[in-house]
Design a protein around this ligand. Structure first.
Ligand SMILES: [Zn+2]
Length: 223
């Protein structure tokens, strides 16, 4: 009797192990190299399905052709590495998903002085207002304030330095770093890769966005 009970337990545990293994693999196949910075909450709007073992989603093509659901949403957006590669240019993927840095003075938005909103090149979330952009002389677009709850800060100890990395709060795309040598009123300098941003001028922003811009929001308090 006891032996039969033990056999039953073995069969049941054998059934569940593959499921545990499968769940353990999914996050690794999903991340773009910055898993440590991913939010703990799961996205509810990501237009994707679970990736297969080679990192491809069964409906990759379908999801790529679909626009991202409401870029102004605060819902986390987590896509597979394969999907990010299809959505982004090679250089954008290097910056946003592999924490790369573009060459100084190479960005097309560095000298942009038009009024509007700077959005994440990965997910379209609004990140910075042109009202907070300033000339830092560093060679990268610089802002003294991010839009409220749109940018997360993460301690970065890479390259033998202690810096504060900034990422898009929605898709965790790497933007650049924030330093404490900026102008008033915040004293902060958000040093951002131009390739991590897209620009939407004020006229089209008003035309296409019903949501009120958060340009008057204060700097988020995340460390
Ligand atoms: Zn983003």
């Amino acid at each position: 009797m006891l032996q039969r009970y033990a056999q039953t337990l073995l069969v049941i545990s054998g059934l569940f192990c593959p499921f545990n293994w499968a769940f353990g693999q999914a996050p690794g196949a999903n991340n773009g190299g910055d898993a440590s910075s991913r939010p703990s909450s799961q996205p509810t709007t990501a237009p994707t399905s679970a990736p297969t073992q080679d990192g491809h989603s069964l409906d990759d093509k379908h999801s790529i052709e679909q626009p991202l659901i409401d870029p102004n949403s605060h819902e986390p957006l987590i896509l597979s590495e394969a999907e990010w590669k299809r959505r982004l240019s090679e250089k954008q993927f290097y910056i946003l998903r592999q924490k790369g840095t573009e060459r100084a003075h190479s960005g097309t938005l560095l000298h942009n002085t038009r009024s509007g909103i700077y959005r994440c090149a990965g997910c379209g979330a609004p990140l910075f207002s042109s009202k907070t952009k300033f000339k830092s002389g560093t060679g990268w677009p610089s802002f003294y304030r991010s839009l409220r709850r749109r940018v997360k800060r993460i301690s970065d100890r890479s390259h033998g330095m202690l810096r504060v990395e900034i990422v898009c709060a929605r898709c965790n795309g790497h933007l650049g770093h924030v330093f404490r040598d900026g102008p008033r009123p915040t004293g902060l300098r958000h040093c951002v890769n131009s390739l991590a941003l897209t620009f939407e001028d004020e006229a089209s922003h008003k035309r296409t966005n019903r949501q009120k811009p958060e340009s008057t929001g204060v700097m988020n308090q995340q460390k």
